[in-house]
Structures are given as C-alpha cells and as structure tokens.
Design a protein around this ligand. Sequence first.
Ligand SMILES: [Zn+2]
Ligand SMILES: [Zn+2]
Length: 87
Amino acid sequence: MSGEEKQVCVNCGQEYEVSPHMATCPDCGWIICPICGACICTLTPSAKIAAIAMWLSEMGNQVPEDVRQGWLKFLRITSGRRRKLGE
Ligand SMILES: [Zn+2]
Ligand SMILES: [Zn+2]
C-alpha cells in the first residue's frame, strides 16, 4: 500500500486523497466525495456509466481484476438494454 492513494470525484472532478476512514456509500460502495458529498448513486444512469467507464480506463491496471469485473457487471446491469457503448 502506498498510503497516497488519490481518487478523482465522478461528480465534481476534484482530486482527493483516499484514506481508510472515509465513508463509502452503502448502496454503490463508492467513496463519498469529501468535497461535494457525491457518490455514484447521485449521478444519472448515463452519467454513472460514463463515470465508471472513464474511471476504469483512467485507473488502468491499478484496478484489481475482481474489482474491474464487478464494475463491468454493474455497467451491464445499469446499461440494461441500451445500445452498447462504443469502445
Ligand atoms: Zn466531488
Ligand atoms: Zn452510492
């Protein structure tokens, strides 16, 4: 562990430092932004999909494979019958 983990808020776009004491949302498991108080639930469905897809590509191999798979599953469920997002 580096102890200097940073995350960019999906709502306000500001970078914040992740600490183990931070609150996470009981519904989505996302860290609640200390700046604006947003988590994934506060976004619209299409914004959620975009935010998660962007986060996964930004984080790249920093995202553990099981976490990535979990989010990809979430994306599939959230996007439902919408047409597939372009790669
Ligand atoms: Zn924020
Ligand atoms: Zn949430």
